[in-house]
Design a protein around this ligand. Structure first.
Ligand SMILES: Cc1cc2nc3c(=O)[nH]c(=O)nc-3n(C[C@H](O)[C@H](O)[C@H](O)COP(=O)(O)OP(=O)(O)OC[C@H]3O[C@@H](n4cnc5c(N)ncnc54)[C@H](O)[C@@H]3O)c2cc1C
Length: 384
């Protein structure tokens, strides 16, 4: 394996770095670098800035705004964004429903949705999981019954991330209850302002509002909002979930967090050998993950996620959680100042340490829980 970038790829990386660090809206980067929460407006502004530069949806087909980049270039784009503190494009739009519509939607559906999806003029939510259908997604029970030119949808989704901002929700619904469970599922696009659709917040341990429950009571959806063919939704869902795991190891962000944690530790790194060795271990582990990510990129067949992306998800989220834990330990008693306002004498990084630690417990659950990734690794990579 070659570890050095070719001149062309190094130039590409420098171009990305130059745009992200000097021309991207500075006030948004400042918030990300201070590990503050972004508002809906920040996220929209950020994606629109990227889209104006052709940097929001490089993985899409070229005719819909994609770039004909190599897997390595996509990887560099993704890493440089994270290192610079640029929010990555909203995953629901850019890496989930966009590619599905581009691959399986009708021409009309593509024209109607893709430009607005790339530019975040439509904010998409993901309506897959249900109270008894998470890892075992095919058990979902939300029904859609055809009635003339419409489907009538009834049921409940849960854990809908940022659903409070959602304009539209892409859902999996049961359209045939009498066949094998995977064979009776369809994918429907639903306008979240349709009567009968309710979004209810779920209260989180970190005090934030990030996830929701979504209820459907006789929600009438035009049949033209069906993606592809009726009862073929499982195929589209598998395609979507495969993309979800690509680029899932947040190496760039975790590297930045770790570098900042070292700064926060200051002199303690030289006076506390246990702390120093903990930081060194994390740095080594991150470097190993970075090299693994590059190896996966180098061996990915065009457009197909490599099974080793499960290793990246698993290890990437473990390290992300380890670094959030390091911040809490560094903060010591200040970690109790979670959520303290501007008058607090605790440093800014310490004031967010506990909320961030608690929030990132999620990382090993969403996008396919880490236990399920271990099953994939044992079956498809280790052949157990
Ligand atoms: C913060 C957050 C945001 C989310 N956002 C969204 C969203 O926007 N849209 C959406 O549709 N969903 C979303 N999800 C849902 C997420 O995809 C599910 O939580 C996830 O798939 C796990 O499903 P579950 O919660 O039903 O747990 P379960 O599947 O019930 O799992 C419970 C436990 O059993 C383990 N387990 C399950 N099956 C196996 C197996 N085969 N082998 C070994 N262990 C197993 C799991 O790993 C877990 O530890 C989100 C979840 C979280 C936490």
């Amino acid at each position: 394996m070659k570890l050095r970038l070719s001149d062309e790829d190094a130039r590409f990386r420098d171009e990305m770095r130059e745009y992200f660090t000097t021309r991207f809206p500075e006030h948004i980067r400042a918030k990300v670098l201070a590990r503050q929460e972004l508002s809906k407006d920040d996220i929209v502004e950020s994606q629109q800035a990227l889209n104006a530069e052709g940097l929001a949806v490089p993985n899409w087909p070229v005719e819909w705004g994609g770039r004909d980049w190599s897997q390595l270039q996509r990887h560099l784009w993704h890493e440089e964004m994270q290192l610079a503190g640029v929010p990555i494009p909203l995953a629901f739009n850019a890496s989930m429903i966009g590619p599905v519509i581009a691959a399986f939607g009708s021409e009309e559906m593509k024209e109607r949705f893709l430009p607005k999806t790339a530019n975040l003029d439509i904010w998409w939510s993901q309506g897959f999981s249900e109270p008894d259908a998470g890892s075992d997604l095919a058990s979902l029970r939300t029904t859609a019954v055809r009635d003339g030119d419409e489907y009538v949808v009834n049921g409940q989704k849960t854990w809908t991330t940022l659903g409070q901002y959602g304009d539209w929700i892409f859902t999996l619904v049961r359209t045939d209850p009498d066949v094998k469970k995977q064979a009776g599922i369809s994918m429907l696009l639903i306008d979240m302002t349709t009567p009968g659709l309710t979004v209810r917040p779920i209260e989180l341990i970190d005090g934030g509002h990030e996830v929701n429950e979504v209820f459907f009571e006789d929600v009438r959806v035009p049949a033209e909002n069906l993606v592809g063919e009726e009862n073929k939704g499982w195929n589209y869902a598998k395609f979507l979930l495969g993309n979800e795991r690509v680029g899932v190891a947040p190496v760039g962000t975790t590297k930045r967090w770790l570098a900042d944690a070292k700064e926060a530790a200051g002199d303690r790194l030289s006076s506390d050998p246990v702390l120093a060795s903990r930081v060194a271990d994390l740095e080594n582990e991150l470097m190993a993950l970075e090299l693994t990510a590059l190896r996966v990129v180098a061996h990915s067949a065009e457009g197909k996620p490599h099974p080793a992306s499960s290793v990246l998800k698993l290890r990437g989220t473990e390290l992300q959680q380890a670094v959030t834990e390091l911040y809490v330990d560094l903060a010591g008693p200040w970690a109790l100042a979670s959520g303290a306002g501007d008058g607090s004498s605790a440093p800014d990084w310490a004031r967010v340490s506990t909320t961030q630690y608690l929030n990132y417990r999620k990382a090993s659950i969403y996008g396919g829980s880490n236990e399920v990734q271990r099953q994939i690794i044992s079956g498809t990579i280790l052949g157990l």
